[in-house]
Design a protein around this ligand. Sequence first.
Ligand SMILES: NC(=O)C1=CN([C@@H]2O[C@H](COP(=O)(O)OP(=O)(O)OC[C@H]3O[C@@H](n4cnc5c(N)ncnc54)[C@H](O)[C@@H]3O)[C@@H](O)[C@H]2O)C=CC1
Ligand SMILES: O=C(O)C(=O)[C@H](O)COP(=O)(O)O
Length: 382
Amino acid sequence: MHIVADENIPLLDEFFAGLGSITRLPGRAIDRAALRQADALLVRSVTRVDQALLRDTPVRFVGTCTIGTDHLDLDGLRGTGVSLASAPGCNARGVVEYVLSCLLTLAERRATDWRQQRVGIVGVGEVGTRLVRVLATLGVECLLCDPPRAARGETGFVGLDELIAQADVISLHVPLSREGAHPTWHLFDQARLQALRPNAWLINSSRGPVIDNAALEQVMTERQDLALALDVWEHEPWVARSLAARCELATPHIAGYSLDGKLRGTEQIYQAFCRFLGIDPELSLGQLAPQDGLAELQLSAATSTDWMLSRALRWVYDVRDDDARFRRMLVEAGDDAALRAGFDRLRKDYPLRRECAHLRLSADAGLPAEQARLFSELGFSV
Ligand SMILES: NC(=O)C1=CN([C@@H]2O[C@H](COP(=O)(O)OP(=O)(O)OC[C@H]3O[C@@H](n4cnc5c(N)ncnc54)[C@H](O)[C@@H]3O)[C@@H](O)[C@H]2O)C=CC1
Ligand SMILES: O=C(O)C(=O)[C@H](O)COP(=O)(O)O
């Protein structure tokens, strides 16, 4: 058994070495020649996998250690005998923490109470559902839009144009799709962008082309009232510097980049590969994940819940750090080739980031019961 894998998959050896030999390559360098002897291909989001890549290769299993599958040509690969697997939900928690950090930061810069904003969530699957749960715990009013779920008879959703008309903040959590009953490519076109409420905040951590980036830049030049947080870009790894300059927060597709999320992605694909091979998985993250214990943050019981919350959320993840690193790269990179390489480098050399379950909160005189319950519901250790 020979496995070709993206070199950015963590715990690759630990999970897969017992199942076959492994060749590691940069995701963008995986081509047909590299797969000549490969039985299995393990990717992340930057390798386009289609019939052209797999033609005349022995590859029979493709696993992507990511939530998104838009880099896999699912239709084209159907019926070719290749088994496909992805890692649903693996890094959803990281994306939620990214959105919370955006909300805190935008509210601070706009002198607004983010918990009083009406938040519209477009796409209510793994990420959107977790986000709604956290926001509901914090008493934030949410509007939900998910036509595929509504079409299955589920209730509680509004149409996209109604959401745009009513939401102060819009956060996008849809898959990228061009076909089907509810395509999301350029879901936010010029007309919808122009329809955003005065002073609206728009956060995109789904896929770049869900927003027409050229139209977005045009609208942003006309409407200085809008606040934009972009983690994903229409032509990654290239980024329109002029659009980045119009963003309040700009980051290089790292919303879900917690170590925990990446490790869960690897484990989910290991399990899928074992199923494909017809063997019982012998390994788990419980055995292989770093045993680094919990970090501790001591809060003052005398401070307000809001203050505690922003300290705790910022301690876990602060989007301003990623925004600063990204903007520095945009200034330092010379031509487009350097820009693309800089985008990939920021992602490859991403700093260690753990999710909030790795932070234990305490207070000098003991965390008051009500706050302990709230923080525990939000996923912190208390
Ligand atoms: N920036 C980042 O680091 C990350 C980005 N992502 C992106 O976020 C996307 C969403 O992730 P999940 O919530 O895990 O996916 P999911 O598949 O669990 O949920 C997506 C939801 O969107 C809904 N949907 C589909 N078409 C729609 C439309 N036209 N309008 C509104 N809703 C629609 C679906 O019915 C589904 O409920 C992924 O497909 C991926 O592209 C995911 C993880 C990390
Ligand atoms: O899981 C997804 O979907 C994502 O967007 C991942 O964060 C993408 O990470 P890479 O595969 O590009 O490392």
